[in-house]
Design a binder for this molecule. Structure first.
Ligand code: AMP
Ligand code: MG
Length: 416
């Protein structure tokens, strides 16, 4: 491995932020939305609870059988060979009556254990002959009986405020008879692409034109985060068009994301419009891809001006916008999991920026994680993101990486 340790995080050029510094700056100003709304269970998965949920009843609500078999009084087993079957208890159809000495009741899984009985013997351990049973293998006292509240007890706090509802939680709430919950409002996120060269699908390309792809990647990334999406389309590089889009976003959105138009040399009006409508800083972030980044506020709306190149859009979204949106929607931002893998291909890298190269990771025959480069790493090669299943995150100070080096990978699972 040939890593030249020339530039570290502490010695970045003036005005340049490390990825971690930029992330910290962004997150310090953001707190979760507080308004909430009612969601029924069908719409509640992935939402954040605004209020704790307490159990209004015991689950299970009654003593019931864990097996198909016969329910009986355990004390009877010491002195009797046979018990008389006096009736049956099926799920939803309990026995009317109770069990007395010398008696038992045919019972099914989930059915109420009648008064008087305390134990269930599974049917495999019983020999039935007419109205009597012989027990071949006696159960222990209380065996196969489930008690009220074993899963949840009335009054218990079952789910805390701030909890993100998963599929298990939906079932949990349903088992408590709860069909609606109070959840935090979803952030409204507006986005647009900027550029005179951009054409929409269906339009024909004139010389110098390209199709707008960033809106589609952004749409997909936002979809993953369960937010309300406001598509403001393609915005031309004119002061009026830019101002109009920004006004729209300020009125309607909690977050506004643009792509393109934030690199040095862009028409000044973008900067000027931003400065006039809000407080926006233009950052140089020591990351590749994703160097120019604008961040600030337009009124109450958080603004992210992402670079235009398709790979940079995705990388800066994942690094900076995603954690901000998660915080806003009330999620505890847990770090995206990172793993160590052996890099099987050499990687080109210049010290001074943290690289997020595109990789394909898999386990080798010994169960060890390996990663290889997708090849060409230009920030315009969107195909590298499509082929990759992880970022290879290379520290700022590293230079070229030799094959065989241990590197950090960030799997895309759950992100794209
Ligand atoms: P910019 O930051 O506006 O200078 O754009 C940088 C590069 O990204 C240029 O090659 C643009 O054509 C390209 N680009 C900008 N926006 C988009 C977009 N929405 N879809 C595809 N490429 C884009
Ligand atoms: Mg542009």
């Amino acid at each position: 491995m040939s890593q030249t340790s020339t530039i570290s995080c502490d010695t970045l050029p003036n005005g340049t932020l490390s990825v971690e510094q930029a992330q910290a700056h962004i997150l310090t100003g953001i707190s979760a939305l507080t308004t909430h709304e009612t969601a029924n269970l069908w719409q509640a998965r992935g939402r954040i609870l605004a209020q704790a949920v307490t159990a209004p009843l015991d689950v299970p609500p009654h003593r019931n059988s864990a097996m198909d078999g016969y329910t009986l009084r355990h004390a009877d087993l010491g002195n009797r060979q046979a018990l008389r079957v006096i009736g049956s208890s099926f799920a939803g159809r309990p026995l009317a009556g109770s069990v007395h000495a010398g008696e038992c009741v045919r019972i099914m899984t989930g059915a109420v254990v009648p008064d008087g009985a305390d134990t269930v013997v599974m049917q495999e351990n019983v020999q039935r002959d007419g109205d009597t049973i012989q027990i071949n293998k006696p159960p222990k006292a209380g065996e196969n009986v489930r008690h009220p509240g074993e899963d949840m007890r009335i009054g218990d706090t079952i789910l805390a405020a701030g909890h993100k509802l998963n599929s298990a939680d939906l079932g949990l709430l349903a088992s408590l008879g709860i069909g609606e919950v109070e959840v935090l409002r979803r952030p409204r996120v507006a986005f647009c692409s900027t550029g005179d060269e951009l054409k929409s699908i269906g339009e024909s390309l004139q010389p110098g034109d390209i199709y707008d792809s960033n809106r589609y990647t952004l749409y997909g990334l936002l979809n993953k985060l369960d937010v309300e999406i406001i598509d403001l389309g393609v915005v031309r590089d004119t002061p009026d068009a830019v101002e109009h889009a920004f006004q729209q976003a300020m009125q309607r959105a909690d977050v506004f994301i643009t792509s393109g138009g934030v690199s040095v040399g862009e028409a000044d009006f973008v900067t000027a419009t931003l400065q006039r409508l809000g407080q926006v800083n233009f950052w140089k972030v020591a990351a590749k891809p994703g160097k120019p980044l604008a961040f600030g506020t337009l009124g109450n709306t958080l603004f992210f001006g992402l670079p235009g190149n398709p790979v940079s859009v995705m990388a800066t979204f994942l690094l900076f916008v995603r954690p901000a949106i998660l915080t806003l929607r009330g999620e505890t931002v847990s770090l995206v999991p990172e793993y160590t893998a052996v890099c099987t291909t050499p990687l080109k890298k210049a010290p001074g920026r943290k690289d997020y190269q595109r990789g394909i990771c898999e386990r080798d025959s010994h169960g060890q994680w390996q990663v290889r480069s997708t090849g060409e790493q230009g920030s315009h090669i969107l195909r590298s993101m499509s082929q990759a299943n992880c970022f290879i995150a290379l520290p700022l100070e590293w230079g070229d990486v030799a094959a065989g080096t241990n590197v950090t990978i960030i799997p895309f699972e759950g992100l794209l």
